[in-house]
Write a protein that binds this ligand. Sequence first.
Ligand code: NAD
Ligand code: MG
Length: 399
Amino acid sequence: QPVADIRQVAVLGATGSIGASALDVIARHPRRLRASVLAAGGNVDALLELCISHRPDHAVIADPAAYPALRDGLRAAGLDTQAHTGDQALEALVAGTGCDTVVAAIVGAAGLGSTLAAAHAGKRLLLANKESLVLAGELVIAAARASGAEIVPVDSEHSAVFQCLRSCQAEGVSRIMLTASGGPFRGWDRTRLAQVTPAQAVAHPKWSMGPKISVDSATLMNKGLEVIEAHHLFGLPAGRIGVLVHPQSLVHALVEYVDGSTLAQLGLPDMRTALAVGLGWPERIDSGVGGLDLLAQGRLEFEAPDLAAFPCLRLAQEAMAAGGTAPAVLNAANEEAVSAFLQGRMGFLGIPALVEDALAALPAAPAGSLEALLAADADARRFARQRIDTMHPAGIPAA
Ligand code: NAD
Ligand code: MG
C-alpha cells in the first residue's frame, strides 16, 4: 500500500488498558495503520516508552506539571515527536490534519472535550469513552451527523450490536440485549457486598481493564452506562434495550428482529477484537485474538441481573428515563464515588447510595447545551465530594 493510504490514528488514553490494546493492533499493521498522536493523563514514563516504540508525531500529557519531563524525555530519546499539554492542544490535534482516526479511550467525563472535537471534525471515532455519551450523547451524535464523522463503538457489547446491524438489515429491530459478566460479586447479597475491598472489586473475572471501569463492572453501573450509551448509538428507547447476565462473556450482545430472528456476536473477551473492527472497518484485519473454540468453552449461561443487590443498573435506567441533566449527574456522582471507594474512603455499598442521593438532590432539568450539562456535572461532583468529606473524612478509611 502507498504511504498515503495509511490510517493516521490518534490514541487518547494511550497508557491505559484500551490504549495498550489499540497500539497492539496498530503495531500488527505497519502498512495500514500508524499511531500519529498519543495522549495520556499524567504518567510521563509510560507515555515516553510508548513514544519510543511507536514514534508518533505528537505526544500530549494532560498534567501541565508533567510537560517539561515529556519534552525533555523526547529530546533525550532523540525523537522528533512534539510535546504538548492541556485540553486545548489535545482538541486541536484531534481536529487537525495529523490524524484521520481517533481512539477515544480517556476514562471518565475528562474525555468529553476530545470526543466532541473528533465528532465535530468528521473523524472516524473509535469510541471507548462511554462516559462522554452518557454525559452528552445527543451533542456527540448530532456533531457526528453534521460533520459526517463515522462512530464505530469500541465497547465490546456495542461493537457486537454494530457488527450485527451492519451484517444484516438495520430496520426491523425489535430490541437489543447487552450481556454482562455479572462482575466479581455475582450472586453475592448486600451483607457480603458491604465488606468488599477495592482490591477485590478491581479483580474482574473475565476482562482486564482499568480500575474505574472494573469497579463499574462490579457494581453493574457499567451496564447502566452501557444502556444509555446504546440508546444514543443505536437510537432505541430504554424499553427496547435489555440486559442479560452471561458469566462466560463470550456472547457480547444480541439483536432481535420483529420476525423472531436473533443475531448474536461471539468472541473471546479481548478488546483487541472490537478495536480491530474499528481500525479496519469495513475490512476485517488480524487483531491477535484467536477464534472461539465452543467445544472447549462448554456451557453458555444466561440469567437476570439482581437489581436488589446491584441498584446501580436501576439508577442508570431511571436517570435515562428522567433525561435532561440526570445522566450527567449519575455519571459525575458515580465517578466521585468510585474514586472515594478506590481510596478506601467509603464502602462498596456507598457507591449506589451516593449516586441515588445525588439524583434525588439534583432533579433532572432540561439540558439543551453543553454548558448546562457541564454545570450539572460540576454540581453533582460538588454534592458528592461534600457528602464524602462529611461522612468519610480523608485519612480515615471506611471499615
Ligand atoms: P485506564 O484507566 O486503563 O486508562 C485510562 C487512560 O486515560 C490512561 O491512559 C490515562 O492516562 C488517561 N487519562 C485519564 N485522565 C485523563 C485526562 N484528564 N486527560 C487525558 N488522558 C487522561 O482505563 P481503560 O480501562 O483503558 O478505559 C478507558 C475508557 O474505555 C473508559 O471510558 C472505559 O469505560 C472504556 N472501556 C474500557 C474497556 C476495557 O476493557 N478496558 C472496555 C469498554 C470500555
Ligand atoms: Mg462493555
